[in-house]
Design a protein around this ligand. Structure first.
Ligand code: MG
Length: 300
């Protein structure tokens, strides 16, 4: 099932998208009437054991709206806490990052022995087609990072590798937009990763049962139509069970937690000279079966 958060007027609603086709059009069904009044995606995920079967059974009978007639927000527009992110999780990206001179984490080209974890502020989250603010006063080195994002369902602590996928509710796409100059100059990455609108997310929250083998998915990022990144999720250094086991060893994971699993090679600083984003650029990130983010860098 592909869930969305969408806006009609000033109201935000939960919908189920049918990206398969009804008479040539992708559609969304407003499922608000099947849910407790006023709840958002976090609460839907939290109560999925009860609500999932209701949605499965009763969504198809609801009226459809053309998907392109509604404004999609990020599926989880206001996460409960920061988006958890993994740094340097694809080999070729480590090489390009190390060569670029922007890596001040001290490890340079070597493979990390353990996952590098940081986070993006909740307020950086924005919609799958929203404009991205360039923050010209703060950065002149804006970069993209297309990533698979895991959505936690059942929370927990001490989750083992073997149990890990039982705690995955589903998946979405994020663009881990990065102000490289802030990332480099402040040593820690929070600031360079967290500027407002620098976490486009969506378009769907796709339930895990729709994805037969998450490692078979492919990530592709384009800038103004030119392909910059293309990689398979199976090329991750630390796989999803490893990440969940590492995080949950001492931190209780909560329903709706988001784990952006790292970006493959082909980011702007991988080029010599670097190719940073400018106002007007269109960055698109797509992952097999999860849809596409399509975000333009605003003028200001
Ligand atoms: Mg990243």
């Amino acid at each position: 099932m592909k869930l969305v958060t969408f806006r009609t007027g000033t109201m935000s609603r939960i919908g189920v998208a049918d990206a398969g086709v009804v008479r040539g059009v992708s559609v969304v069904r407003d499922v608000s009437e099947l849910l407790p009044a006023g709840i958002g995606m976090l609460e839907v995920i939290e109560a999925w054991d009860e609500l999932g079967p209701v949605l499965r059974e009763r969504t198809a009978a609801l009226p459809t709206l053309p998907l392109d007639s509604v404004e999609l927000l990020a599926p989880i527009p206001a996460p409960r806490r920061n988006v958890i992110c993994v740094g340097k999780n694809y080999r070729d990206h480590i090489t390009e990052f190390g060569r670029s001179g922007y890596d001040t984490s001290g490890e340079r080209v070597e493979l990390p022995a353990k996952p590098i974890l940081f986070s993006k502020a909740t307020t950086s989250v924005t919609g799958p087609t929203a404009a991205v603010e360039p923050h010209h006063a703060l950065t002149s080195e804006l970069d993209y990072e297309g990533e698979l994002c895991v959505i936690i369902g059942r929370g927990g602590r001490g989750i083992t590798r073997e149990q890990a996928y039982q705690h995955v509710w589903g998946y979405t796409i994020v663009n881990d937009i990065t102000a490289r100059d802030l990332q480099r100059d402040h040593k820690q990455w929070l600031l360079g990763k967290s500027l407002d609108t620098h976490c486009p997310m969506g378009p769907y929250a796709v339930t895990a049962d729709e994805i037969t083998d998450v490692t078979a998915l492919e990530i592709e990022t384009t800038v103004n139509g030119e392909r910059r990144q293309r990689a398979a999720v199976k090329d991750m250094i630390f796989d999803i069970p490893h990440l969940i086991a590492t995080l949950s060893a001492g931190i209780t994971l909560l329903p709706g937690d988001l784990i952006a699993t790292g970006t493959p090679a082909g980011v702007g600083i991988g080029f010599d000279p670097p190719r940073f984003l400018s106002s007007g650029d269109l960055v698109e990130v797509s992952i097999t079966g999860l849809g596409r983010l399509s975000n333009r860098i605003a003028d200001r």
